[in-house]
Design a protein around this ligand. Structure first.
Ligand SMILES: Cc1cc2nc3c(=O)[nH]c(=O)nc-3n(C[C@H](O)[C@H](O)[C@H](O)COP(=O)(O)OP(=O)(O)OC[C@H]3O[C@@H](n4cnc5c(N)ncnc54)[C@H](O)[C@@H]3O)c2cc1C
Length: 410
């Protein structure tokens, strides 16, 4: 049996950030990765994807963006390169092509079973990603035979789709990007819109994420949030990275001809039924955007920032009246459905008493109830930005402190 102090499971940016922090404290560890470094970015992203965070936000422990386009957005393959370079620069002790099949508590630590070896470690950090698996609603079972179904992890580009209509379910970052791309390929797109977080790409001349970073919104701490459960399940921001820094939202999609409908509420006898809530969820998103811009304007005035464009308010979301409430999926109009309904982690290999009755993992800022067992990269884990690349540095530093205290205590 192999021994080490800490096993980190997963060599995405979170696992590598953790590794860098452990190394800085001389904590002996190994990073076990089922594929290659940045496996998710290599295998689960569509071809045209660009990060929605600007390049200057690709900050990791001991690394800041050094290129000549700080306001640009990396492609998926450039993101792979960045993470692979980071692994090399930090000399992370990654064991590639090693799948962790189980982790269970044993005396003085954890037994980590892989498809290669067995390890004993005093601590384990799971960095296997909050977006490991595309979440697909149970109503998928009502989809008539003959319709192809995809998710953002299996979709690559429009040329792989059958000709004909496409129903995209979900209007957050992934759904919006795919709706625009598929529509531009000449296929009629229907977009089912539930709760969403509307964002302009730029505001008063600066990237909206610049504002969220500068005002401290992205750094908001999990223990300052009144409704953490809700904060952890909020949809992703409607943002797209593009050289023109364009805003893609429901209005821009509607203008190019995407058909907007309400949330997909059910499929009965092959007929998709859409909720009548489209107007409400859109007004709510408009209202929340207005509040965010108020916060930004107040902060900008207090900070005395100069040379900014004047404050602006955006046109309300223009929705079809009345929106379509039903669509017969047997008519042949829809050939493909893309479930852009979010993602979830896959922690099925963790055999520790840290799950609730619904199978959700319990943790306090990434610290689980099983001493020495930690999580990285979970939604709003310690900060609003915990799932972003930019969130890993602070979270990994905090967890390394906790892990060290835990080792000392034992
Ligand atoms: C479509 C999409 C777009 C995104 N865009 C952005 C963006 O623009 N900017 C941004 O900051 N964030 C973005 N994110 C969020 C986040 O940065 C990514 O999800 C990122 O991949 C998460 O990093 P991670 O290290 O937590 O997990 P991952 O990158 O998923 O890495 C987990 C690693 O664990 C490995 N693994 C899993 N199970 C096992 C096992 N049992 N044994 C061994 N290894 C295992 C996987 O192979 C993988 O390499 C995006 C997410 C998605 C889904």
């Amino acid at each position: 049996m192999l021994k080490t102090t800490t096993i980190v499971v997963g060599a995405g940016h979170c696992g590598l950030a953790m590794s860098r922090c452990l190394a800085a404290q001389s904590i002996d560890h190994a990073v076990l990765e089922r594929g290659e470094v940045a496996h998710t970015w290599r295998t689960q992203r569509w071809d045209s994807l660009k990060l929605l965070t600007p390049n200057w936000m690709t900050r990791l422990p001991g690394y800041t963006y050094r290129g000549d386009d700080p306001d640009g957005y990396l492609t998926a393959s450039e993101t792979v390169q960045l993470i692979a370079d980071y692994a090399k620069d930090t000399a992370a002790p990654v064991r590639a092509n090693t799948t962790v099949t189980s982790v269970r508590p044993v005396e003085r630590g954890y037994l980590v079973q892989t498809d290669q070896d067995t390890w004993h470690a005093r601590a384990v950090v799971s960095a296997t990603g909050a977006s490991a698996v595309a979440r697909v609603p149970a109503l998928q079972h009502g989809v008539p035979a003959g319709i192809t179904t995809l998710t953002p992890t299996t979709y690559r580009n429009p040329s792989e789709l059958t000709e004909g209509g496409v129903l995209i379910v979900g209007a957050s970052a992934s759904g919006l990007q795919l709706a625009e791309e598929v529509h531009r390929s000449g296929r009629p797109v229907t977009l089912a819109v539930g709760e969403h977080v509307r964002m302009p790409r730029t505001y008063r001349g600066k990237d909206i994420l610049w504002w969220m970073d500068a005002t401290g919104l992205l750094d908001e701490h999990y223990d300052q949030i009144p409704d953490l459960v809700r904060a952890r399940t909020l949809p992703s921001m409607q943002l797209v990275g593009s050289p023109e820094r364009k805003t893609v939202n429901l209005n821009s999609l509607r203008r190019i001809g995407v058909r907007l409908v309400g949330r997909l509420a059910g499929i009965r006898d092959g007929v998709a039924q859409f909720s009548g809530s489209l107007a409400n969820v859109s007004s709510l998103a408009d209202l929340k955007l207005g509040r965010l811009l108020d916060t930004i304007d107040t902060w900008a005035t207090k900070a005395g920032l100069e040379g900014l464009d004047p404050p602006q308010r955006f046109a309300p979301t223009d929705i079809p009246v009345p929106p379509k409430l039903a669509l017969d999926l047997r008519s042949g109009e829809i050939q493909t459905i893309i479930w852009a309904t979010g993602f979830r982690p896959d922690l099925s290999w963790l055999q520790a008493p840290i799950f609730d009755l619904k199978g959700r993992i319990n943790h306090d800022g990434g610290v689980t109830a099983s001493p020495g067992l930690y999580l990285m990269g979970m939604p709003f884990m310690r900060r609003r930005k915990s799932t972003l690349i930019d969130g890993a540095a602070a979270d990994a530093a905090d967890l390394t402190d906790h892990l060290m205290r835990n080792l000392d205590g034992r």
